[in-house]
Design a protein around this ligand. Structure first.
Ligand SMILES: Nc1ncnc2c1ncn2[C@@H]1O[C@H](COP(=O)(O)OP(=O)(O)OP(=O)(O)O)[C@@H](O)[C@H]1O
Ligand SMILES: [Mg+2]
Length: 157
């Protein structure tokens, strides 16, 4: 298990962390994003999409439940905030999306931990102040630990 945390004192730094992760991402990477409303999960995904090479607008999937961004490695962006049962997630084709070779980012992923594969990287957002956020990351799988090790080497930017 590898655990560390990154301080993002501004929204730009949260974008930057997402961007770096996007630039280093590999098909099949799965990021579970957790933390309270307004913590910065969607802001992080904006950076992630940019890092993957997506140039359009990224918006919150809280109401639509899922957005797909067609970047060189596609990004599948989910939000489980409004879902109450794991069956609802499964009915949205979750298992199929996991196998499609994109990067998966799921907001409120900690609601249904059993649906997250072992290689999932957990990123937990804490609100420290109006602009300050602590992003704690945990990886437990041989495939995902190197992803976090790389990140440690290039942070702070
Ligand atoms: N350091 C920071 N990182 C991220 N967002 C920040 C930061 N500082 C301030 N903010 C602001 O906090 C808000 C974060 O909103 P965002 O939609 O990303 O939250 P969220 O975690 O996705 O919430 P929800 O659970 O409702 O989807 C934005 O208004 C953003 O400008
Ligand atoms: Mg959000």
């Amino acid at each position: 298990m590898l655990k560390t945390s990154f301080n993002c004192d501004t929204v730009e730094l949260t974008h930057q962390l997402g961007l770096m992760i996007g630039q280093k991402a590999k098909p099949g990477d799965i990021w579970s994003l957790s933390g309270p409303l307004g913590a910065g999960k969607t802001q992080f995904v904006k950076g992630l999409a940019k890092g993957l090479g997506f140039e359009g607008m990224v918006t919150s999937p809280t109401f639509t439940l899922q957005h797909i961004y067609e970047s060189p490695i596609p990004l599948y962006h989910f939000d489980w905030y409004r879902l109450n049962q794991s069956k609802e997630v499964e009915d949205l084709g979750w298992m199929e999306w996991l196998g499609r070779g994109g990067v998966v980012a799921v907001e409120w992923g900690d609601k249904f931990p059993k649906l997250l594969p072992p290689a999932t990287i957990n990123l937990s957002f804490e609100i420290l102040s109006e602009e300050g956020r602590r992003l704690s990351v945990e990886a437990a799988h041989p495939e995902s630990i190197p992803r976090v090790e790389e990140l440690i080497l290039c942070w702070p930017p």
